[in-house]
Design a protein around this ligand. Sequence first.
Ligand SMILES: Cc1cc2nc3c(=O)[nH]c(=O)nc-3n(C[C@H](O)[C@H](O)[C@H](O)COP(=O)(O)O)c2cc1C
Length: 164
Amino acid sequence: MKILILYTSKHGFTKACTTYLSDRLIGKVDVQNLDDNSQLSLDGYDWIVMGSAVYMGKINKKMTLFSDKNRDKLLSHNIALFTCCTTPEESDKYLLTGFSKRLYEASKLNTNFGGKLQRDELTFFERKLTDLISKTEGKVQQTFYENMDSLVRLINNSEQSEKV
Ligand SMILES: Cc1cc2nc3c(=O)[nH]c(=O)nc-3n(C[C@H](O)[C@H](O)[C@H](O)COP(=O)(O)O)c2cc1C
């Protein structure tokens, strides 16, 4: 089984989530930051997992462009989508804004892994902005391990049912 995890992360939380996933998935797992390489081949993968951190109400633009450009190819794979953000109740809205409706509907799991505001890594402007956000909306830090575990189970079990 071959799995590709595509992600974008500015301050590291999303990246850490992809490490949690890849450590638990059975098979060959490629983890790729879209900021490092957007000329990827999607051939040969059984699953493609795509996720992004949310900034100012949006997933990363590169992720949106990549998924739009490769939509038909992505639709021929098992896909799963996730966000990392501090307002998890908005996750589906962010996914539907950032990915096409067809991808969202074809996705075997649309989920959220939580988020973390790493204050010491933020610019002055980001800090001021997130002070406002966290006061009114989100939690400063929460990690939904149960959602990551559900995705791992879904993918690992799909390999077992293929073998039956
Ligand atoms: C400037 C800024 C804007 C953000 N905007 C949102 C937002 O609109 N909605 C939300 O739920 N979380 C928002 N967040 C929280 C991030 O999504 C969260 O910190 C996430 O874990 C960042 O992931 P990363 O460390 O992989 O970059 C924002 C964070 C920052 C620093």
